[in-house]
Design a protein around this ligand. Structure first.
Ligand SMILES: [Zn+2]
Length: 319
């Protein structure tokens, strides 16, 4: 028995890979070193080799003629993972969210460790469904807040890398974790997925083009996938200067009137709990503006009572 490539190649195959690189994975036109079957893991395209008998005269010819290589039983071809593809083809070398949080033992905040109304940190018995000492006097544009954690450490690093480097997979992994947190809260409140609509807090078109991805839309899709609810992109956003570095008053003024309801999608929210999804809640100015615009749109679509939740990856505690 000997190995032969699927290509009509007359050279001895024991000394050449499919692309002509040496089989020790030391390089070649296929790409990075280690990208060959010699590594045992990274094989592309699948099944570059087939095993054929040296002398097949005693066997019937293979379908398609005697020159068609015969496939025999053997171990299945190695499959490339998405993270391997990102590393090999896109040059992504940073650690994934899954790897980072597993290494550091990071876990999302458990209910009871933060205020269920505003999302701020709260100790035992410091907050209930009516809020904490900080938010009870305030009128919020949402009734409930779900979060993964404080805006610090590896969660902050992951949010920034997903948002500003266009790392779609990072946003998806974070969104899936947020979806699990939202699903747990919906379950505790006995709310079925078909009674829920997931609405991303949108970014402006100019920022989407500059960043190369719509990170809140990715987060919202993952939350919807995990919870089983539908996505209802009920808002659009007018472009405004960035919120970073502004005082709380300036932040509120900056986003005033920035969100415009889409009446078609707002009609899908009627009678449902709408979960507004965003990456970070800092002062709450952006979420408040989005929540008010959403309520206005749903009211115009014919529903007077609208339940709104906020779901954010992180809450910044320093203001
Ligand atoms: Zn609160």
């Amino acid at each position: 028995m000997r190995l032969r490539t699927t290509l009509a190649d007359e050279e001895p195959q024991s000394t050449r890979s499919r692309c002509g690189a040496p089989p020790d994975g030391s390089g070649g036109p296929c790409g990075a070193a280690g990208g060959h079957a010699a590594s045992g893991r990274f094989v592309w395209p699948p099944r570059p080799f087939v095993q054929v008998p040296d002398e097949p005269p005693d066997e019937p010819p293979a379908p398609g003629g005697p020159d068609v290589p015969r496939r025999t039983a053997g171990p299945p071809p190695a499959r490339i993972t998405l993270h391997e593809a990102e590393a090999a083809w896109l040059g992504v070398t940073a650690r994934s969210w899954e790897a980072s949080r597993r290494e550091l033992g990071w876990l999302p905040d458990a209910p009871g460790t933060y205020c269920p109304r505003c999302g701020s940190p709260a100790g035992p018995f410091e907050a209930d469904a009516a809020g904490c000492s900080t938010c009870r006097p305030k009128r919020l544009a949402w009734e409930r807040c779900v979060r993964l954690g404080a805006y610090e450490g590896i969660l902050r690093d992951a949010i920034l890398s997903g948002k500003y480097t266009g790392w779609r997979r990072m946003c998806q992994d974070l969104g899936a974790d947020l979806g699990r947190a939202v699903a747990a809260e919906l379950g505790l409140a006995s709310i079925q997925p078909d009674a829920v609509a997931i609405c991303p807090v949108p970014t402006s078109r100019r920022r989407r083009l500059a960043r190369g991805l719509d990170h809140t839309a990715i987060l919202a899709r993952e939350v919807a996938r995990v919870t089983g609810a539908r996505v209802a992109p009920a808002l659009r956003r007018r472009h405004r200067p960035p919120q970073q570095g502004l005082s709380p008053e300036a932040r509120r003024a900056n986003v005033r009137g920035a969100f415009v309801p889409r009446l078609g999608a707002c009609s899908q929210c009627c009678g449902r709990v709408v979960v507004l999804v965003d990456d970070v809640r800092t002062t709450g100015a952006t979420l408040s503006a989005a929540g008010r615009a959403l309520r206005e749109g749903v009211r115009k679509a014919g529903d007077r009572e609208q339940a709104v939740w906020a779901a954010v990856l992180a809450v910044a505690t320093r203001r």
